[in-house]
Design a protein around this ligand. Sequence first.
Ligand code: EPZ
Length: 417
Amino acid sequence: MAILAVDGRRRLSGETAVQGSKNATLPILAGTLLCADECIVHNCPDLSDVEASLSILRYLGCSASRDDGTLAVDTRGMVRSDIPEELMHRMRSSIIFLGALVARTGRARMSYPGGCELGPRPIDLHLSSLRRLGVEITDEHGELVCTAPEGLHGAGIALPFPSVGATENIMIAACTADGTTIISNAAREPEISDLADFLNACGAHIDGAGESTVMIDGVSRLHGAVHAIIPDRIVAATLLCAAAVTRSDITLRRVIPSHLSSIIPIFEQSGCEAEFCGSDLRFCAPYKLRSSKLIRTMPYPGFPTDAQAPMMSVAALCDGITVFVENMFESRYRHVGELCRLGANIRVEGKVAVVDGVRRLLSANVAAHDLRGAAALVVAALAAHGRSEISGIGYLERGYERFELVLSALGADIKKI
Ligand code: EPZ
């Protein structure tokens, strides 16, 4: 298995363009199932999760080809409506295909996505919402079997909390449902807005995406479209974490300022300077970081749970104590043990992690247990004295496109071996 070898304490410099968003790409690929002709999707990151989605589309009978960052997807050849266990388990978020499959074919069969590194990944909101749209769902020996004998119809759906995936599944399924669907307490993440922009470009009638109430007027069918994926705000945040812990001065290209509105203040409280110029972000870190005291993960526009782990590597080196409260997932501190092996001083009590900043981190051999935890270990290793080795980088490659090449181009001493 490949590992990453990092010789820490190299200052970063220069500029890099932020990759396209994984969490926008996945639901948009599911949405192509509704399209009567070819879709061209630009700025698609080259990630194992994206490859897993393309494998699902090809298994269903669709054609999907990649030319660098551009995907051409044609779902006219679709002949199946089931997703086999092996493909479901390659990517937990395959549940995002459920609404599209039923909307396109009137049926769907797939296994439960099962738990993942972040704890159980329940899908009760996905299922209860789709039932409201007219989907009949039964459990046959651990497999979800969905049918829509009378087709899908509009409904009012109030989500008990703003689930990103459930909001996406409802939006997709409601696009060609008979009538109007109103989602209350919808997730407001930028990836939801990007999905709505894509679906509307295909002829859907979606209003209010990005706000708490989203209205979808069903149309008879969707045509193809050309769409460019938004930049990945979590990858951007991770690169800023890498710059913060190495006292660096870098420029990120292709960022959307509003997507980082809950992240930049944390860095500024730590003594970093951030200056936007259009879609560029100039970022300078201080010699010594100050703690930002409290970081609570919240639904967008609050501090994103996906940035919690890499930001903890920054907090580990801040002067003072930083308290993290992880409100979104029940087990998202699996990187803490590994950060402590690198010399961090962190105590976890349930949802709360207390990080007492240390003067330096020391190299060690560490193992990643999930996607954003892997990113946190890379950030910490970039700051640690000496050479660290990071295993489990398959997790990193689910969400970060050639990350070691991006970092080494900025001056880091990091190699995949
Ligand atoms: C999306 O996951 C993202 N994944 C996650 O990013 C992200 O952490 C999460 O949203 C929150 O922002 C993709 O977009 C592919 P949720 P999702 O439904 O849709 C519980 C990454 O690192 N829940 O908003 O699964 C759930 O268990 C990944 O890129 C239910 O209880 O997030 C979790 O505790 C990790 N029932 C919380 O809600 C449901 O039916 C938030 O889940 C659905 C979710």
